[in-house]
Design a protein around this ligand. Structure first.
Ligand SMILES: [Zn+2]
Length: 644
């Protein structure tokens, strides 16, 4: 094995706020981070990849209260959602930090105390316009509306004047040091347009920053002054230190700090490019190398938002396509930094044309020919002709270009180049027509050479795609008969001619089945959010309503359906007869709770077989976030009475 460089590379995603479940925006950031992580690992560097959750603050407190939970219970639930999604997307992070962990809280307090002692944090009185929804004081230059109030420029909600005792961070003292730092490291923020935004903002002057709250209880207490909690942003940013061992594993911390890349969405650039380096300067930490601010994904050209009901659930795609098409699409479609547009048409088109056609077909026909003509063995080559040499040299060239793009974080460009090469190899096969040579025994060696070149190219392609589509790459690699994992070969070792003669290939399985757009849209219809279903709610006539027979039924027996968490088998008296029904309420209600009680059932629904049981009716229940609540009668009613 070649010498590995062993440089330390520390990459982070933002920690995600637990007042909401993961969506495509979080997914995008985290996929980019995972690709960078895998690239660095292939380069032989020591990499630490940190992600996690931001769990304090007013919004979490509020969201938890609305759900009847404690903040930490809400956080625990949402954390599981994130961890599941990252697993399903093949994200290989090294550590998942939660800001409610004691080591994080201790670390933040330690730094807070240090800055107090230095005089960079001081106590004063803050009066200003405060946006509750964003937990943020508005900038001074936000204009007064006619009614004498201010509107939050970030969320459009009305702000309140808040005056409170407060600790300040002396940000004003860091204007000059920050400008000097930006001048010295112009690539600190990428893309460059974002660096310009930051510089011009700082040039206008910086005011001291209020970094504590007395109104918020769900946060880290200020050391020695527990009526104050540390502002959620100050708390959260320090995860990048505590997540790598600050104050609890200093050996790890020394090895990886400063961060190589903080990957963020452009909406939180100011926090990462101005406040964060200022906090770090104040506490005498070395500064991160790069902050990359990526763009936003729009859905059908409009911004996704919960209120519009157009937030894209990653599982809609994952369930149908698996992780690699989503990883590929998000990185291929736009350069990091620009906004992208997600449409189902665009997605399905790209997956079918790039993955199923270009790459999928190359894999299938190359391997099938080796299977058919050489009994699955890579062998019998003659010397390269000019056209063969060209396809090899084009790969050498591709590798150089891709590595350069990797250095510049130009991931979409790298994919573009890889696909240009896939076309070349497809063309190479079309021009050489190996299927014709196979009919002529005297051309056997020539045939061997052509299939060797195609398989060697494919090996190189699957290697270069590994950071983007690890699952599919490993499959292609395995089809080619490679036994060592891809990661065992470093970038510097990768060569076209690493494909060994005599290697036995495996029978390929289809990698990317074609999906028709209409099938995909049907899937989405089924899964679209309740908010969206409501928008599309159809009206029924009174006659249609009358056709439905709702009755008061009494539960005579109830038992769990074996092998399920949610299903109960009920025996229900509906007045005229006894019916068997299956109800999805076992995660909320025990069988004993239901027996002897009367509820509303629809009794003329076509029977459905559920887990082998014919359900002859349906119990009505409200559904809130997947959990059922059964409505009941406030007086005793006769079994069998009609409900309308
Ligand atoms: Zn706001």
């Amino acid at each position: 094995m070649a010498k590995r460089s062993n440089k330390a590379f520390y990459i982070t995603t933002p920690i995600y706020y637990v007042n909401d479940v993961p969506h495509i925006g979080h997914t995008y950031t985290t996929i980019i981070a995972d690709v960078l992580n895998r690239i660095q690992k292939l380069s032989g560097n020591k990499v630490f990849f940190l992600t996690g959750t931001d769990e304090h603050g007013q919004k979490v407190e509020k969201a938890a209260t609305e759900r009847g939970l404690k903040p930490i219970e809400l956080a625990d639930q949402v954390v599981e959602r994130y961890k599941d999604l990252w697993k399903d997307l093949n994200i290989s992070y090294d550590f998942f930090i939660r800001t409610t962990e004691p080591f994080h809280e201790k670390g933040v307090q330690k730094i807070f105390r240090k800055l107090m002692e230095k005089g960079d944090i001081y106590k004063g009185i803050y009066k200003g316009w405060y946006c509750v929804s964003d937990e943020n004081f508005l900038a001074e230059d936000v204009p007064l509306e006619k009614g004498g109030y201010k509107i939050c420029p970030d969320c459009g909600k009305r702000a309140d004047v808040v005056s409170e005792d407060c600790y300040f961070f002396k940000l004003s003292a860091y204007q000059k040091p920050l400008l000097d730092f930006y001048a010295k490291f112009p690539a600190f923020v990428r893309p460059p347009s974002r660096m310009n935004e930051v510089v011009s903002f700082v040039r206008q002057g910086l005011k001291d920053l209020s970094i504590t709250r007395t109104t918020v209880k769900w946060g880290i207490p200020v050391p020695d002054d527990p009526d104050h909690t540390i502002y959620v942003w100050f708390d959260a940013l320090h995860n990048y230190l505590t997540g790598i061992g600050y104050d609890w594993n200093m050996e790890l911390f020394e090895k990886f700090w400063p961060a190589t890349v903080h990957l963020i969405g452009k909406d939180i650039l100011r926090f990462h490019a101005i406040f964060w380096p200022a906090f770090l300067m104040a506490a005498d930490f070395p500064l991160p190398k790069t902050v990359i601010g990526h763009g936003w994904w729009l859905k059908d050209k409009t911004k996704m938002s919960k209120s519009k009901g157009n937030v894209l659930d990653p599982y809609l795609i994952l369930d149908t396509f698996g992780p690699d098409p989503l990883r590929y699409f998000l990185l291929r479609e736009i350069p990091i930094g620009l906004d992208g547009n997600f449409s189902h048409e665009g997605f399905v088109h790209r997956v079918n044309s790039d993955l199923a056609n270009d790459l999928g077909n190359l894999v299938q026909r190359t391997l099938t020919m080796i299977q058919n003509y050489f009994n699955g063995k890579i062998e019998e080559t003659e010397k390269e002709e000019k056209i063969d040499k060209e396809i090899r040299l084009e790969f050498d060239n591709l590798k150089k270009k891709v590595l350069k793009f990797f250095e510049d974080y130009a991931l979409s460009k790298a994919l573009e180049e890889i696909w240009a090469y896939i076309s070349s190899v497809n063309k190479y096969l079309a021009v050489n027509e190996p299927w014709k040579l196979a009919k002529d025994q005297s051309k056997r060696k020539r045939l061997g050479r052509i299939l060797y070149q195609a398989a060697a190219a494919l090996r190189g392609i699957s290697y270069l795609l590994f950071p983007f589509m690890p699952g599919s790459s490993e499959k292609i690699w395995g089809f080619l008969g490679e036994e060592e994992p891809i990661q065992e070969e470093s970038f510097s070792e990768l060569k076209f001619e690493n494909l060994k003669l005599g290697q036995k290939i495996k029978k390929p399985k289809p990698l990317f089945p074609r999906i028709a757009l209409k099938d995909f849209l049907k899937e989405e219809e089924k899964k679209s959010s309740p908010a969206r279903k409501e928008e599309k709610m159809e009206q029924v006539t009174f006659d249609e309503f009358k056709r439905m027979d709702f009755r008061v039924g009494e539960v005579l027996k109830a038992e769990r359906v074996e092998g399920t968490d949610k299903l109960l088998k009920l025996e229900v008296d509906i007045g005229t007869e006894k019916r068997t029904m299956v109800a999805g309420v076992a995660d909320v209600y025990s069988p004993e709770e239901l027996v002897g009680k009367k509820f509303v059932f629809i009794v003329n629904l076509k029977p459905a077989v559920i887990r082998g049981i014919e359900s002859q009716g349906m119990l009505l229940a409200a559904e809130v976030e997947g959990k059922a609540t059964i409505p009941f009668f406030d007086k005793d009613v006769q079994t069998g009475a009609k409900v309308r």
